[in-house]
Write a protein that binds this ligand. Structure first.
Ligand code: PRT
Ligand code: ZN
Length: 283
């Protein structure tokens, strides 16, 4: 039985549970205890605060875990990163009051910087040859310059709107982070095999999320133009329609290019374009 540590509530919880569910690891939502067995896969889920996940995995209390890279690096726990998971994206940045004339990192010399990530900040400032006064605050770091508790902050930024509403501006990005799957380095063969199966499923789910299945009708005289704008990894399927001179074209398109390609397809005379989500994609 493989034990996975996940955030019990908070920003990573929903997407973590969605990913596990898409991988066929079903946890009953109704009676959620600290530890919950999956119904149909040799896995149990341990619900924790995100701060505790790296150490729990390093100590072997859990075998694997899903946590933000920011927490992992800050805790300095000895674990293996198995995969980046593409959600919980954010960055750790230095920010100063918006009216400050910021002229580079030298500005931070001797300043008081509030943060919940002292280790990452300390290492960064040391590398940059800056000595500043690091104040550890848990929660609401962004209000500290406004109330005179610090001169600047080092915190997680995602959209940046929290900084703006606290009259701060981002001046240096120190690291980018997203949710990662981490593992204890010393696991039995049986657990490794379960992890391999889980990774295989995560791969299929994540491949599918990035792509859409697209179907369209194309008149024969426009076929070569239409095929010309479709991505060329593997050639699209082309089948004749019952109506003479028309074809059905099927292909897979990266979600991020979808609207650009659809625009071109319309211009080139494709009709009845259908975009369908892909549930799993095994390459
Ligand atoms: O209770 P527990 O300890 O488990 O949770 P927590 O409160 O410590 O963490 P939580 O749930 O807030 O965040 C979990 C993880 O989500 C973080 O460790 C990051 O890896 C990731 N993440 C992604 C974020 C954000 N985006 C984010 N925007 N974590 C926090 N924020 C904060 C940010 O600090 C800011 O104050 O959200 C606020 C809004 O951000 P803006 O820039 O969009 O305004
Ligand atoms: Zn936390």
């Amino acid at each position: 039985m493989l034990r996975i540590a996940v955030q019990s509530k908070g920003r990573l919880h929903d997407e973590t549970m969605q990913l596990l569910s898409d991988c066929g690891v079903k946890i009953s939502a109704s009676k959620r205890a600290l530890l919950e067995k999956a119904e149909n896969f040799p896995v149990e889920v341990l619900f924790l605060r995100d701060d505790d996940i790296p150490q729990c995995v390093a100590d072997g209390v859990a075998d694997v875990g899903i946590v933000g890279e920011n927490e992992l690096v800050e805790r300095g726990a000895d674990t293996e990163v198995l995969r980046h998971l593409g959600f919980g994206r954010c960055r750790l940045s230095l920010a100063v009051p918006k009216d400050v004339q910021y002229d580079g990192l030298g500005w931070f010399r001797g300043k008081r910087v509030a943060t919940s990530y002292p280790r990452i900040l300390e290492r960064y400032l040391k590398e940059q040859g800056i000595s500043a006064d690091i104040h550890v605050i848990t929660g609401s770091v962004e209000v500290s310059p406004g109330i005179g508790l610090s001169d600047a902050i080092f915190d997680i930024v995602s959209s940046g709107s929290t900084l703006v509403s606290n009259n701060l501006k981002e001046v240096e990005t120190v690291m980018h982070s997203e949710a990662v799957l981490i593992a204890n380095g010393d696991l039995s063969e049986e657990k490794r095999a379960t992890i391999d199966e889980l990774l295989f499923r995560i791969e299929a789910v994540m491949n599918a999320r990035e792509k859409k299945y697209v179907l369209m009708n194309v008149p024969s005289e426009r076929l070569s133009d239409v095929l010309g704008v479709l991505p060329g990894a593997k050639s699209p399927t082309v089948m004749p329609l019952a109506t003479e001179g028309w074809n059905s074209v099927h292909t897979v398109i990266e979600s991020r290019n979808l609207w650009t390609i659809i625009g071109k397809l319309k211009e080139l005379g494709a009709q009845g374009i259908l975009v369908v989500p892909i549930e799993k994609m095994i390459l």
